[in-house]
Design a protein around this ligand. Structure first.
Ligand code: AQP
Length: 331
């Protein structure tokens, strides 16, 4: 059985994009893979996080993952900072990776924008730590969104350079598992920006803990244009907000955008938004209520994470110890 590693940052309450782009896929992959799921709190602090909020968000993420169907007995669920192998291997990879490689990473350019000099060094070397996250477990498959493809190529470059520099065949090749047609969910306030858990406006996203009334309100207030829905899907290209709402409906109802428009094309947004709120509530509602129940017992969530960390540590420790021996650290 192939080993999967995948991470999510505890930078906020998971939103619909995290669920449709990642978590739902993770749940399905549990059937035929050995899965290691990680709340990457060390990646989260590459941008400022309030400490109390970070702790609470880590618990909230854990609750959402469990409520969505992640099985912490059959698989491993833990938070990154609890397993020291990530930091140790991440440092070694900082020394293997090249500045020229990191300079090409588009995510850093996107996140840092023009104010590059004021961002943390951690944000810059983020892809090296991500390579360590995966390779500490010698995981061979990594389910990610298309936005992460470049980071996985870098992880493979690091693995190959390490093998070459130390004359070993130690790290395996990593394969990106990018689900075909994976949904990229866009902001409810701006159809050209991706939905994000750290967007300052909570109105821009459906959070996986939202109750039915909140979901209905956010969808009613979602930005749209004044025209009715088109009947031809090609016309959605020039209408990003309409397109986003149609695509969200399509993914949730297991339909194509053309099917949705065959049913709702020509309608005003009022009735369509009400139908969309219904399908959203049907998917998010049960996860949100189970999440709220789990959050009433934070001790249980911490026990789950500690158990996962101990099992993760048992896999990563021999790998990273061997790397340390290979690079010449005296034991
Ligand atoms: N809008 C989205 N549509 C589809 N997939 C998405 N993902 C995130 N947003 C969308 C996928 O969720 C996984 C985990 O993401 P992450 O938390 O590690 O980082 P992110 O991509 O930066 O997610 P956010 O919500 O936008 O977080 P912040 O606001 O902290 O930057 C990834 O597989 C990602 O593709």
């Amino acid at each position: 059985m192939q080993r999967i590693f995948s991470g999510i940052q505890p930078t906020g309450i998971p939103q619909l994009g995290n669920y449709l782009g990642a978590i739902r896929n993770w749940v399905a992959l549990q059937r035929d893979h050995e899965c290691i799921f990680c709340l990457v709190d060390m990646h989260a602090i590459t941008v400022w996080q309030d400490p109390a909020a970070l702790r609470q968000q880590t618990l909230a993420q854990t609750a959402v993952l469990l409520a969505s169907g992640i099985d912490p007995q059959a698989h491993i669920l833990f938070n990154q900072s609890a397993v020291s192998a990530h930091a140790r291997l991440g440092w070694i990879f900082n020394c293997v990776s090249r500045l020229g490689w990191l300079n090409r990473m588009t995510q850093f350019k996107d996140k840092a924008g023009k104010d590059r000099e004021n961002h943390s060094a951690g944000l810059y070397v983020y892809p090296n730590l991500m390579a360590a996250d995966i390779l500490a477990y010698k995981a061979t498959r990594v389910p990610v969104g298309d936005d992460q493809r470049q980071h996985l190529e870098l992880a493979n470059d690091i693995a190959q350079k390490f093998n070459h520099d130390y004359g070993v065949d130690f790290f395996p090749a990593i394969e990106a598992l990018i689900p075909p047609g994976a949904a990229r969910v866009m902001s409810l306030r701006d159809g050209t920006k991706k939905m994000s858990k750290s967007d300052p406006s909570a109105q821009s996203r459906i959070e996986m803990t939202d109750d039915a009334d909140t979901i209905a309100l956010k969808i009613r207030r979602a930005k749209t244009d004044p025209e009715p829905l088109p009947t031809d899907p090609a016309e959605l290209t020039a209408r990003p907000e309409a397109r986003n709402l149609v695509e969200i409906y399509a993914v949730l109802a297991n339909m194509t955008a053309a099917d949705v428009l065959a049913r709702h094309g020509g309608e005003g947004f009022g009735p369509f938004k009400s139908a969309l709120a219904d399908v959203l509530i049907a998917t998010v509602g049960p996860i949100a209520s189970e999440t709220r129940r789990l959050l009433d017992d934070p001790e249980h969530l911490q026990t789950v994470l500690r158990g996962g960390a101990a099992r993760a540590q048992a896999i990563a420790e021999p790998v990273v110890s061997e790397v340390e021996r290979l690079v010449g650290f005296l034991k």
